[in-house]
Design a binder for this molecule. Structure first.
Ligand SMILES: [Ca+2]
Ligand SMILES: [Ca+2]
Length: 434
């Protein structure tokens, strides 16, 4: 691109002043634009609406041109024709004409384009119709030129403005503009560095329950990890089950970057279940708990020890828990209820009728009386939740065939008195009142 600003005033129809608003204010680059107003660094004709105003400007280093820019910084819109002088004929040739009219209250560049002149231009003429736009009409500067591109010749033989190189070497370029002027660059030494070799290591596996962890394994160290679920080089498995691409990027001291990637697979938490339990008698033997899935987990809860449940805990409903942990450290728990019942055995009708306890309700003591047997194997008392609160073994029967039990430490309530004898077992409901 080749651009010129006016270097001399050849002729002017009139001027408001010899310096301020004088024709010399048209020379050089714009110094008012983009400001707008009746400003002294622009040329103004002597009157605001006089007829036949014009100016002629000279340019050094003439070149063929295909555009003219007229900077109008007050009352724009008055240009009616523009000419360029042909040095071969000495005549002005018309390159633009228009009907002058109001063009707004803003600084304006009238950009005129036309076919490239066949001759270098050193002189132009602009004529105005100042009466077409009310008030003063000021001009800041006038540029001329052509938009032919420069041509480039690289030492590689390439001809574009930009050269991308991928091998080390010495490079230079010669640039020739539209009028044949050539300038060459100094030789430029360029070293092309190899890309760093970057690795990340093998794929990884984790579970959704795992904590965030710092990613590692990228070589050379000092790079950064990126990907879904990654923040500050940490991976957070709570993003959920799935496979996630992890990229490790490393930039060496030359600013050369490479990357490598692998995958992290996040496994969902295990599905743990526990089968329901049947009710069990409180006098049953401790038993090994089963029914948890997947196998290999652990049972825990009240009455549970070493994978066994002991019904002697007494009647009631208890929660049995089963926890399973997978190989990635994720664990889940399933639970079921187990009900322990007070199973006091079958009563013998004859025995039942032959054994009495009185008074009932009782207060401080109760007497167990029998006429049928010589010996009680055991006498036991269970409270309302099935816990054994009293036990006496191998009680010899006295002369009155009765046994007295001290009740003063038992709170009021409903109890079961179980009597095991040489001929069987019977259960008596015993009320204690205080
Ligand atoms: Ca005017
Ligand atoms: Ca000016």
């Amino acid at each position: 691109m080749n651009h010129r600003w006016a270097s001399s005033v050849i002729a002017v129809s009139s001027e408001y002043g010899s310096v301020e608003w004088g024709a010399i204010q048209l020379l050089g680059a714009p110094d008012v634009y983009p400001n707008y107003g009746d400003i002294e660094s622009s040329w103004s004709p002597g009157g605001w609406d006089d007829p036949d105003e014009y100016f002629e400007l000279g340019y050094t280093h003439p070149i063929p041109i295909n555009y003219i820019d007229i900077y109008e910084t007050f009352g724009p819109g008055t240009v009616d024709s523009v000419y360029v002088k042909n040095p071969g004929t000495g005549l002005f040739e018309l390159v633009y004409s228009a009907t002058p009219q109001y063009a707004g209250d803003t600084a304006t560049i009238l950009h005129i384009t036309f076919p490239m002149t066949t001759f270098p231009v050193s002189e132009i003429r602009v004529s105005l119709e100042t009466a077409a736009v009310e008030g003063w009409n000021d001009f800041d500067a006038v540029g001329i030129g052509n938009d032919l591109p420069n041509s480039y010749s690289w030492s590689t033989g390439d001809t574009l403005a930009t050269l991308n190189v991928s091998t080390s070497g010495t490079y230079s370029v010669s640039i020739t503009n539209s009028i044949g002027c050539t300038s060459s660059s100094e030789p430029l030494e360029i070293t092309v560095n190899p890309l760093p070799v970057v690795t990340i290591g093998s794929d990884m596996y984790t579970g959704v329950c795992s904590s965030s962890f710092l990613l590692s394994g990228g070589i050379p160290a000092g790079g950064t990890y990126n990907g879904i679920g990654v923040s500050n080089n940490e991976f957070d498995p709570t993003i959920g089950p799935g496979s996630y691409a992890i990229e490790y990027s490393y930039t060496d001291s030359n600013g050369c970057s490479s990357s490598a990637s692998n995958q992290i697979t996040v496994t969902d938490a295990p599905v743990t279940t526990l089968n329901s339990f049947q009710n069990i008698c409180s006098d049953a033997a401790p038993f090994t708990l089963t029914g948890g899935s997947p196998t290999g987990g652990t049972y825990f809860g009240t009455g549970v020890s070493n994978g066994m449940f002991d019904p002697s805990i007494g009647s009631g409903t208890y929660q049995i828990n089963y926890i399973f942990e997978d190989s990635l450290g994720c664990s889940t728990v399933a639970d079921q209820q187990i009900t322990v019942e007070l199973c006091l055995g079958l009563s013998d009708d004859k025995l039942d009728r032959g054994i009495f306890c009185y008074p009932n309700p009782a207060n401080e003591k109760v007497v167990v009386n029998t006429s049928l047997v010589e010996k009680f194997y055991t006498i036991e008392i269970f409270n309302s939740i099935g816990s054994k609160v009293y036990s006496e073994s191998l009680q010899e029967i006295n002369d009155t065939h009765s046994l007295e039990i001290d009740l003063h430490q038992f709170p009021a309530g409903s109890y079961i008195l179980r009597v095991a004898t040489e001929i069987g077992i019977t259960n008596k409901k015993l009320m204690i009142e205080k």
